[in-house]
Design a protein around this ligand. Structure first.
Ligand code: SF4
Length: 431
């Protein structure tokens, strides 16, 4: 029996994979700990979507080895797939498990013999500083279950390394997903988030038409899950059958629709399958079907060839779409992608300056979106108690709410009046 510490970097898909692995190992009698200083084995699911993500991977591996010199480290995921030799050379790294072998990670790690007894090490000092909560502990304390429904992508956006590292679309059978959600409901989860690399393509490899809509309909019909949330859906995969499902109030009114750029010329160089004009039309259809839908998005700034005119066009388009939240990514050339070789590289200082302007617009739009709910009564799922003692929770349309309440609100959904704003959050009164 070994003690495992888990840490996930990057996307919700990585999080859901690590939670599944933690469950598999716990089911085999292994212990899951939330402090690497107590672990025999530290498992890291890595990300390589940007150069910054890779830097975080290297930083975490060094920090874990310092925190617990006797623990062995297993490196999984996209950075492990992209740089296996390099990561294998890091201190304490005993396993490098690329994406295509991830499904067998539990077998690989479960075979490990129990390591030597712990020795007094500087790790003890590390414990005082406190480590990010691992999925192990998170698995027990979480209110939202991240449920993987598919892997891979068949598109080829020119900047994207994910489809190169994750491979083609592979979908989990619908009954398997419905069964997992039913199990999470029995464990007390109030919300499930469907995740994958490209969930809009769900079921295509199984010959299903509108596979995602069919899966969502099955989950809503066959489970008592209080709230179902979708992670990122490519805009060209949103159809009427999916939109019609928001008639069920259990389906969270949040749709993350990556735009990447608001400029037609930039979108063409990105190899995106939707024009800005078509995107704007889609947003109109969504708002007609679900008026208060929180439409959130990803935007890349500084893509090769993006001059001031193109950037201004993108900025103006984003303002017109009135998103509820923006994730802004400075362009990061990824190995093996066409965009990494494109001419017209934008100087770093200009990329940083554009990212700051786009983020500033994003803050303004997010404030505008949340202020329309002031004075309203909404359901909030309370997730954790903050350091200031207040509870933090989420509405279905992803509004961040805090409240001062003596009762234990963890993992409870309560009717809440949204009374004022506080530093980008809404303050609520539990009714
Ligand atoms: S749709 Fe494009 S950006 Fe998204 S994973 Fe596929 S190739 Fe990458």
């Amino acid at each position: 029996m070994a003690s495992f510490y888990f840490q996930s970097l990057g996307c919700r898909l990585n999080q859901s994979e690590l939670e599944a692995l933690a469950r598999q190992l716990a089911a085999r009698g292994h212990r899951v700990v939330d402090d690497p200083a107590q672990a025999d084995i530290c498992v890291v699911n890595t990300c390589a979507v940007t150069a910054e993500a890779e830097r975080k991977t290297r930083h975490l591996l060094r920090a874990l080895a310092r925190a617990n010199p006797r623990a062995r480290i297993a490196v999984l995921g996209c950075a492990a797939t992209l740089r296996p030799e390099e990561l294998a050379s890091f201190p304490n790294v005993a396993w490098v498990i690329p994406n295509e072998e991830k499904e067998r990670a539990a077998e690989t790690l479960a075979l490990t013999p129990t390591p030597l007894p712990p020795s007094p090490s500087p790790a003890l000092r590390e414990r005082e500083r406190g480590w990010p909560e691992g999925p192990g502990e998170g698995v027990r304390a979480r209110t939202r279950a991240f449920v993987k429904i598919q892997d891979g992508c068949d598109n080829a956006c020119t900047y994207c390394i994910v489809h190169l590292l994750r491979g083609p679309v592979r979908s989990r059978p619908p009954e398997e997903v419905v069964a997992e959600i039913a199990a999470r409901v029995r464990e007390g989860y109030q919300e499930a988030v469907l995740t994958g690399v490209n969930i809009g393509a769900y079921g295509r490899d199984l010959g299903l038409k509108s596979g995602l809509a069919a899966l969502v309909a099955a989950i809503l019909a066959r489970t008592d899950l209080p709230r179902l949330r979708l992670s990122s859906v490519e805009p060209w995969d949103v159809d009427e059958s999916l939109l019609a499902l928001w008639a069920d109030p259990r389906l969270c009114r949040q749709l993350h629709l990556p735009l990447q750029s608001g400029c037609e010329a930039t979108l063409q160089r990105m190899g995106r399958r939707m024009t800005a004009a078509a995107y704007a039309h889609l947003v109109e259809r969504i708002r007609a079907a679900v008026p208060e839908m929180a439409i959130t998005t990803d935007i890349i700034v500084g893509f090769p060839g993006e001059d001031e005119t193109e950037f201004a066009e993108s900025l103006a388009f984003v303002e017109r779409m009135a998103f509820a939240r923006l994730h802004v990514f400075p362009f990061s050339p990824r190995p093996g992608t066409p965009a990494a070789w494109m001419e017209g590289r934008v100087p770093e200082p200009v990329v940083r300056e554009r990212a700051a302007r786009m983020r500033e617009l994003g803050e303004h739009l997010a404030a505008r979106y949340r202020r329309q709910f002031l004075g309203r009564e909404m359901d909030v799922l309370w997730e954790r108690r903050r350091r200031d003692g207040r509870w933090h929770g989420l509405t279905d349309n992803y509004l961040q709410v805090v409240t001062s309440c003596p009762a234990d609100l963890h993992n409870r959904i309560t009717r809440t009046r949204l009374v004022q704003e506080d530093d980008g959050l809404l303050v609520g009164e539990v009714i």
